[in-house]
Write a protein that binds this ligand. Structure first.
Ligand SMILES: Cc1cc2nc3c(=O)[nH]c(=O)nc-3n(C[C@H](O)[C@H](O)[C@H](O)COP(=O)(O)OP(=O)(O)OC[C@H]3O[C@@H](n4cnc5c(N)ncnc54)[C@H](O)[C@@H]3O)c2cc1C
Length: 391
């Protein structure tokens, strides 16, 4: 029947798109509805770092590894902008280096490849790193990066071409309801669609679908400021470059025995106040992407995270970045804000207002790394429901 599907997904960010991918692979008939002419939220505004190495050693590390394998599998068949250029964490002190050594030991036990680098080896890989900053590093050569302004658009094109995804951009959804015979989705053009199940992967949008659910949730909105230099073709900065502040921030390192000895008071209070940790990635045009800040607001106060890009915060980021890298030109070509939703108590927000309608959002700052693997896991559960439903 026209306009009738096994699964309708609202929102074509990383969560929605990869749920579509695995549902299609499982043989479901899928419709993916996106409100904008193309996705333009967190999934296209991020760094594109795909780093299982940053995850805590729980199921999210497993999701991240599934994501890594899936990105590589798709890339082998269809160019979705994945580059296998590794991730390097730079320690800025002997104590941070000790944490990296402990983590390396953990990863060896887990069978996840990593390589300790001396300061000289780090500078051989990244000549722009300042000698006075770098005490050594930990390299994950198997990890990849994506070009966020390209990746999701190419995955969508791949799903339409190869997997017969019914994808409709510029189609805001205004209502999702369940009836005795199934679910109905209504878009703002007045078009209605039917499905056995609906997934709502609406990112940071709390106002239009299920506002009461979001108002009662523990979700919060996070605003991040990002910078990009002008293209610097003379600089070679392969892969993701993470720094001492990332070692302190990422869950992966919290379980290391020496982590507790990393004293917060050693960090500039202004960097701590604005949740700044410095990451670098060289985009395809040669520009260096630098980030990021973190400001939070609960759902009820989400509008207080306004649209301003605050120069003071950019200057704080640049000052810290200049302590780490010696670039020939620090002029900034572009600045932008990104926003994501996250749960205060869980790694992802899931709520089913009806057994056939599932809200999945709030994956936080790890969605490029884990949304794909999480979708693989979650679709297996959905498919089971469908089979049980039709049995
Ligand atoms: C600056 C920044 C840097 C980051 N860097 C990284 C990184 O390097 N590595 C990493 O792993 N993660 C990173 N993240 C996190 C990652 O980008 C997010 O976790 C992920 O993109 C969230 O995906 P999503 O699908 O939940 O949300 P979104 O990307 O926000 O997608 C939601 C989609 O739903 C659509 N939508 C909403 N409401 C409706 C409606 N009613 N009808 C139809 N469509 C609707 C929206 O238009 C949007 O396209 C970063 C995030 C930011 C902001």
């Amino acid at each position: 029947m026209a306009n009738s599907y096994d699964l309708i997904i609202v929102g074509a960010g990383a969560l929605g798109t990869f749920h579509a991918y695995f549902a299609l692979k499982n043989g479901l008939k899928v419709l993916l509805l996106e409100k904008d002419d193309q996705p333009r939220e967190a999934t296209v505004r991020n760094f594109g770092q795909i780093i299982p190495s940053g995850m805590a050693e729980d199921e999210w590390f497993d999701y991240a590894r599934v994501s890594l394998d899936t990105y590589k599998t798709i890339q082998a068949d269809y160019d979705i902008s994945i580059r296998s250029s590794g991730s390097l964490y730079l320690a800025s002190s002997a104590m941070e280096m000790q944490v990296l050594e402990e983590k390396h030991g953990r990863y060896q036990a887990l069978g996840y490849p990593s390589q300790l680098l001396t300061a000289a080896e780090c500078r051989q890989r990244l000549p722009a790193v300042r000698a006075e900053y770098c005490a050594g590093g930990l390299l994950f050569a198997q990890e990849v990066t994506a070009e966020p302004d390209q990746m999701i658009h190419r995955v969508l094109a791949y799903l339409v071409e190869r997997w017969q995804l019914d994808y409709r951009p510029a189609t805001p959804v205004r209502e999702v309801t369940a009836h005795a015979s199934g679910c109905e989705v209504l878009d703002t053009h007045g078009q209605r669609y039917q499905a056995a199940q609906v997934l709502v992967c609406s990112g940071r949008d709390f106002k239009f679908l299920f506002p009461d659910v979001f108002a009662q949730s523990d979700l919060q909105l996070c605003k991040l400021q990002m910078l990009a230099t002008y293209p610097l073709p003379q600089v070679h900065l392969p892969g993701s470059v993470l720094t001492g502040l990332s070692i302190r921030r990422y869950h992966a390192f919290h379980s290391c025995p020496s982590f507790a000895q990393l004293r917060p008071e050693d960090i500039d209070p202004a960097l701590r106040q604005w949740g700044i940790h410095i990451l670098f990635k060289q985009a395809l045009d040669g520009s260096i992407i630098i980030g990021d800040t973190h400001e939070y607001a609960d759902v009820a106060a989400a509008d207080s995270l306004d649209f301003n890009n605050v120069n003071l915060l950019n200057q704080l980021m640049i000052r810290e970045a200049q302590r780490i890298l010696d670039l020939p030109d620090w002029r900034i070509q572009r600045v932008w804000n990104g926003y994501y939703s996250q749960s205060k108590s869980r790694e992802i927000f899931q709520h089913s207002p009806d057994p056939r309608i599932h809200i999945v959002t709030g994956i936080g700052g790890k969605g490029m790394t884990t949304a794909c693997g999480f979708a693989h896991h979650n679709v297996a559960l959905l498919d089971l429901c469908r089979l049980q439903h039709s049995a």
